[in-house]
Design a protein around this ligand. Structure first.
Ligand SMILES: [Zn+2]
Length: 357
């Protein structure tokens, strides 16, 4: 009996990642002129039939007809927004059952472009050419353009997961939260791996910078939201940038011996590999052409198996005609799946080539 009563009490809160009543949000953020109109009236059939963009790694599992639970896209997407969701409110013992989770969206009349299940499988609910109803009320950069209108400017991704007790307290009692198995909280390795590829692909196709200014959390757009929350590890999908390099690189160069590089790992984490760039110059400080991809005189090397070693040493043989070399760490990949990336790497390479001219 108790359980049944609780169910009724919690029934209105279906998508607990989105604290306000989702239906109202979706309706409230409809353009005023179309609020009472059906989507058929505002979307010409031909437009939607012609283009349907879905990430190749996703399974198409649209929420209904192609025009359901979405609007015709007015603007190219500028952001990617990450959420979490589950069906824990109505199905406490089976919160990640995809059909139950999917039902919460259709019941609430809300939508999202992609959903990533606990095994890392990606489903497309709404094609990228349509605006899904996932962002609701919120503000961004104090720009009126985005106020309560982020649905029009973003691709939404729901990751099946649950947050901290504080984040879940609007939906679950403490004793219930405590009963949730540890492995059901937060997010899985398979999800991070799948999400990383999905986000990178979306950003590349829509010319969205792959950084934290453009890949944002629902909780950042709307302070009343709490997803994806504190347990979500952003640096597993987007390399941390703008932070100082967590290793120091010391070099010693002689033409005969080559470039001796000593890397000292000052982070607390175990490094899997380091991408390092070497710029080669001749005696006059002119770049030596080595047909590099990012810059003509830049060679990219991956230092493997850095491991737990605090200090690792490498030798780079001198390229023909070079008497000077300069190095920079481009990216660091840790064994825990996180990474660090040098901000404006291309710019750094260009600057260092120009300086020597
Ligand atoms: Zn959300």
């Amino acid at each position: 009996m108790k359980k049944r009563m609780l169910l009724w009490l919690l029934l209105p809160v279906l998508l607990f990642g989105c604290r306000q009543a989702p239906v109202q949000e979706a309706i409230a953020s409809l353009p005023e002129t179309t609020q009472m109109e059906t989507t058929e009236e505002t979307v010409p059939e031909t437009t939607v039939e012609e283009k349907i963009t879905v990430y190749p790694g996703a399974t198409e599992y649209f929420l209904g007809e192609i025009t359901d639970y979405s609007w015709e896209q007015e603007f190219p997407p500028e952001y990617v927004m990450i959420h979490f969701c589950s069906a824990v409110v109505n199905h406490f013992d089976d919160p990640y059952n995809h059909e139950y989770v999917r039902q919460t969206f259709t019941d609430a009349g809300v939508s999202v472009h992609y959903i990533v299940d606990r095994e890392g499988q990606i489903f497309c609910y709404i094609p990228e050419d349509r605006s899904a109803w996932h962002a609701g009320y919120g503000t961004w950069l104090d720009d009126e353009k985005y106020t309560n209108k982020m649905n029009k400017y973003s691709i939404g991704i729901e990751v099946m997961g649950m947050g901290t007790y504080k984040e879940m307290s609007g939906y679950l009692h403490k004793w219930q939260y405590n009963k949730i198995p540890k492995e059901d909280l937060g997010f899985t390795d398979a999800q991070y791996a799948a999400l990383k590829d999905l986000v990178a692909d979306i950003c590349q196709r829509h010319n969205i910078p792959l950084d934290r200014d453009h890949v944002i959390g629902h909780d950042e757009f709307s302070p009343k939201k709490n997803d994806p929350g504190e347990l979500f590890q952003w640096d597993r999908i987007i390399p941390a940038r703008g932070e100082p390099c967590p290793v120091t690189v010391e070099t010693e160069f002689t033409v005969d011996d080559g470039l001796h590089v000593t890397v000292t790992n000052e982070s607390q984490k175990e490094i899997d590999s380091i991408a390092i760039y070497t710029l080669w110059y001749d005696g006059e400080g002119q770049p030596v052409d080595v047909a590099g991809e990012l810059a003509p005189n830049a060679m990219r090397d991956t230092l493997p198996e850095v491991g737990k070693e605090k200090i690792s040493s490498y030798i780079f043989p001198t390229v023909e005609g070079a008497t000077q070399a300069k190095q920079v760490v481009g990216a660091i990949y840790y064994t825990d799946g996180t990474s660090w990336e040098k901000e404006n790497l291309s710019q750094w390479l260009i600057e260092h080539i120009c300086i020597t001219k």
